[in-house]
Design a protein around this ligand. Structure first.
Ligand code: M6R
Length: 606
């Protein structure tokens, strides 16, 4: 989603800005722009990719202070005018903004009543004009930004650059901004990945912080006045730039990285001697675990599907009530938060605004919330303070694959840990751990020979819609398969617990309708077979994902076998054929599989 990168130093700013934007490309965006100060503020902005922007940039852009932006449209269409940076009327200041201004209509009206002409449809542009009014009335730059933001309701990661002042002013509230200090130069970015080539010494602005950055360093204070407690952090883990290697796309590369990623995730976390899971980052003792009345798991998209697997595993192993919540709904349903309950915010990026807002709600109500996160040092990881890093490594494709596997694995380990504080025996724990340790090899084995994926692709690629069915732990896997195919190949997909199919979705079935059924060898299998027969009777074409050597294979028109494993662990394997079907269907239909239309990698607006 939207990304910000800014620089003030001694080097030429423009190439650094362009490189900063490039490093944030994986987040997804639809337009880009830069503003560079060299006596005047020069702005270049354009719909399209960073490469498209590069094509319209003059060969040399002088100036060693600048701000830049990748925009993912929220207010106003995808146009050059709506791309950031935005200027005030006299071009004496430029702004870039991430986030959403909720009271924009009122603010626009006020500006228009003063005769100010807004040239874009964005909410962000109002900030440029409001700050400009403050400057015209004699306020210092920091005061003009402060006074402006006090009138704004919403979220911001904001950078302001001035024609007359050698500084950049930054402010954050509900949208991350990170300041970096180099030697005689300072940086600002919304994503640590853009900063790490320049410096490891950074400050994550807290909500309500405002900062002046100059060449020699930065000064952070609070919007309401007074000093900020935000300190310097040394970035611990930098993934570097994930390159494609021999793979044509990140999505397929990341699908194939799952065995290794899973190995990393479970390493050191399975305690065979005690038949227990070990998740040190939770810092939770057995007494607290025993006292918990329930567990709530919160996430969006793929993370939500992982939560649904996690909730079933927790109830199964620990016999503790568990729920999976859609993060975007959580806060607005005014949830009852039990202070003894355990809450988990699950997110690959650690930046998802909906998940962040749920965490804030839980904290406000005195609840305990832990992160299950991939990106180290991300906003959610820092806000939760305690949690589990899933160690998938960089996930660049917008469609999440290896993060799902590791979210599920982390939640399964937690289910084991919680179960062991209750009635779940050490012997049973050991049995699961034995099986768990074999899973990376099984994933590898499957990926070496994934079965008739291309036949499945032929069956789905021109379908009006595809139905995904599964029961028990396979029901969220069906949802994940449907989400992936929809995202990457733009095919309408529905997912249902198989038993629910006859209560409505069956009406969609006609001769040749593709139905993907996830039916590993578990206690639900026979029930799922009954649903297959119901689909078949209506002419559906069954793409069956099943356990190797299972006689159920004959129930599928196209049957894809995955290695056998403990039923509890099947989601780690059965999801992979669905990812491969999505990837190859996307390719067959000529879609941009790594950057599907309209989607963003980290969704930083609610
Ligand atoms: O970074 P997060 O895990 O919080 O992201 C949540 C969803 O936006 C994300 O899973 C989305 O659904 C993916 N594009 C799925 O492939």
């Amino acid at each position: 989603m939207c990304g910000i990168f800014g620089y003030i130093g001694v080097k030429s700013a423009a190439p650094l800005l362009v490189e900063g934007l490039r490093r944030m490309e994986y987040r997804g965006y639809d337009s880009t722009g830069i503003a560079v100060l060299n006596g005047e503020i020069q702005v270049h902005k354009k719909v399209g990719k960073v490469n498209d922007l590069k094509k319209i940039l003059p060969k040399v852009i002088k100036g060693n202070c600048g701000i830049s932006h990748t925009r993912w449209a929220t207010h106003g269409g995808v146009t050059d005018e709506n791309a950031h940076p935005h200027l005030n009327e006299t071009s004496s200041l430029a702004i870039v903004h991430n986030g959403i201004i909720d009271n924009v209509r009122l603010l626009r009206k006020k500006l228009e009543s003063k005769g100010i002409e807004l040239v874009s449809e964005t909410d962000s542009e109002v900030l440029a004009h409001m700050i400009s009014i403050g400057l015209d009335s004699g306020q210092e730059p920091i005061e003009a930004v402060r006074q402006t933001l006090r009138k704004v309701v919403g979220t911001w990661g904001l950078c302001v650059m001035f024609k007359e002042h050698d500084m950049i002013i930054c402010a954050a509230n509900g949208s991350p901004l990170i300041l970096g200090q180099g030697d005689g130069e300072s940086f600002v970015a919304s994503d640590p990945h853009a900063l790490t080539p320049h410096t490891q010494s950074v400050s994550f602005l807290e909500d309500g912080d405002i900062a002046i950055i100059r060449r020699g360093g930065f000064k952070i204070s609070r919007l309401e006045g007074g000093s900020s407690s935000t300190g310097i952090t040394i970035l611990e883990e930098e993934w570097g730039e994930a390159d494609l290697g021999d793979y044509p796309h990140y999505m397929i590369k990341e699908i194939h990285e799952q065995p290794e990623a899973l190995r990393r995730c479970i390493s050191g976390r399975l305690d065979y001697a005690n038949g227990n899971g070990k998740l040190g980052g939770l810092r939770l003792d057995s007494a607290t675990l025993r006292a918990t009345p329930h567990v709530r798991l919160i996430g969006c998209g793929t993370a939500l599907n992982a939560c649904k697997v996690g909730r079933l595993a927790i109830e199964k192993l620990a016999r503790v009530p568990a729920m999976a919540h859609v993060a975007s709904e959580f806060r607005y349903n005014d949830p009852v938060v039990d202070q003894l309950g355990l809450h988990f915010a699950v997110s690959q990026s650690g930046e998802t605004a909906d998940t962040l807002s749920a965490i804030k709600e839980i904290k406000l109500k005195g609840g305990l919330v832990f992160g299950i996160i991939n990106v180290v040092g991300s906003t959610i990881a820092r806000l939760c303070g305690r949690g589990v890093y899933i160690h998938s490594g960089p996930e660049q494709a917008v469609a999440s694959t290896k993060a799902f596997t590791n979210m599920v694995a982390s939640l399964l380990i937690f289910a084991l840990r919680l179960g062991r504080t209750r009635s779940f025996s050490r012997a049973k724990g050991r049995k699961i751990i034995d099986e768990f340790k074999k899973m990376p090899d099984r994933l590898e084995k499957y990926l070496e020979d994934p079965g008739p994926i291309m036949e499945a692709v032929d069956a789905v690629k021109n379908a009006k819609s595809v139905l995904f069915l599964g029961r028990g732990l396979s029901s969220p896997v069906a949802s994940e398969g449907a989400l992936k195919l929809m995202e990457v190949a733009y095919i309408p997909c529905l997912s249902y617990p198989a038993g629910e199919m006859k209560h409505g979705p069956i009406a969609l079935l006609e001769e040749g309708s593709p139905v993907v059924v996830i039916a590993p060898d578990d206690e639900m299998k026979e029930k799922t077979v009954a649903s297959i027969h119901e689909c078949r009777a209506r002419g559906a074409r069954i793409i069956l994902i099943h356990a190797e050597g299972d006689e159920i294979a004959s129930e599928g028109d196209i049957s894809i076998a995955v290695p056998r494993c403990d039923p509890l662990l099947t989601p780690l394997l059965t999801v992979i054929p669905t990812q491969l079907i999505a990837y190859h269907a996307g390719l067959a239909l000529g879609c941009d599989v790594d950057r599907p239309r309209n989607l963003a990698k980290s969704v930083t607006v609610e």
